[in-house]
Structures are given as structure tokens and as C-alpha cells.
Design a protein around this ligand. Sequence first.
Ligand SMILES: [Cu+2]
Length: 86
Amino acid sequence: MTSLGSVPNRILHLRVLIVNTTVITVSGMTCEHCVNAVKSEISALPGVREVDVVLSTGEVTITADQELDMVALKSAVAEAGYDLAR
Ligand SMILES: [Cu+2]
């Protein structure tokens, strides 16, 4: 006879932190001001924990604890005044 009571506590208490990393390329950034504008808009999206920008390549790495809405992400980048390269 199986009941919930037979499930080991360590399983019931396990909390899995789901972290998604998304890498995008943003075109048009030329200085730290651009980087900060992009960072600030993307950081405002739901679930975003960290935004890393490499100015020389336009590569933006976003770490989030939920799946990113790519449409919202694109709008956030546009809101900052830049474009997704792809
Ligand atoms: Cu700039």
C-alpha cells in the first residue's frame, strides 16, 4: 500500500531552482550608456536575474528563473532603442 506518507521527506522538500540562460545579439550598442539602457530594460522582464552584455560583440546573456518571452524580450530591446540582430 503506497501513500504520500511513504515518500521520503527529502524528496518532498526538494526545491529545484530552474535557471534558463538565453543568449541574444543586440545590434547598435556603441558605449556603456547603450549597455546600461539594454541591461535596465531587460532586467525589468519577469524572472530575469542577471543580464550580461559584451559591448564589442553585442552579445547579451540573460539568466532567468523562468522561460523568457521572446516577444517581450524583443520589445524590451526595442524600448531601449536597439535591435535584436537575430
Ligand atoms: Cu551608447
